[in-house]
Design a protein around this ligand. Structure first.
Ligand SMILES: [Zn+2]
Length: 184
């Protein structure tokens, strides 16, 4: 069950450096294989260094700028799946004084993957496989000229099992790119 204690919060200074972290960050980072991002290691670091992909960085920076410029909280739903679970999250950015902002990551809903067998096979991707684009917001991947959930791509046989763990090129799908307007 989700409790308010699951919310991860961090505070950024005016230059987007992390100055404070609260919530079960360590557990969250470890559960998501982000061992390098344990709490002690993130204080004083730029937020950018924890975001994969230039498009995603740009997107988050746009959100930060909106919150500061508008002087009100902006919200954005996104997906942050763990190995066996779909995790529907919400990011909110709350402007504080002097350009600092508080960023909250709240788990809205969890549901099991319909079929995660392929994800758990310890098969590293062979060298030379083309990298596949993956949306940082909704977690869909770009295969066969469409944006699909990984399980759907596997079922449709447009993604090989050995490709199901990446490597990915992170960015945004057109749908998530279009929905930027929702937060502004
Ligand atoms: Zn997307």
């Amino acid at each position: 069950m989700t409790t308010p204690d699951d919310t991860i919060t961090y505070t950024l200074d005016a230059h987007n450096q992390i100055i404070k972290v609260t919530g079960p960050w360590d557990a969250f980072a470890k559960a998501n294989r982000g061992d390098a991002a344990v709490m002690d290691a993130v204080i004083g670091k730029p937020l950018d260094s924890f975001i994969a992909g230039d498009v995603t960085k740009m997107f988050v920076n746009t959100m930060l700028m909106s919150a500061r410029t508008l002087g009100r909280t902006v919200y954005r739903p996104y997906r942050c799946d763990s190995e066996h679970t779909k995790r529907f999250m919400e990011m909110s950015i709350i402007p504080l004084e002097h350009g600092t902002v508080e960023v909250r990551h709240r788990l809205l809903l969890e549901e099991p993957m319909r079929d995660y067998r392929a994800h758990t096979l310890p098969r590293p991707a062979p060298l030379g496989l083309p990298r596949i684009k993956r949306c940082s917001m909704c977690n869909k991947i770009h295969v066969a000229f469409s944006w699909l959930e990984i399980v759907d791509a596997l079922n449709l046989q447009v993604l090989a099992a050995e490709q199901a763990n990446g490597p990915w090129i992170y960015g945004l799908c057109p749908e998530c790119m279009d929905r930027r307007g929702v937060v502004l």
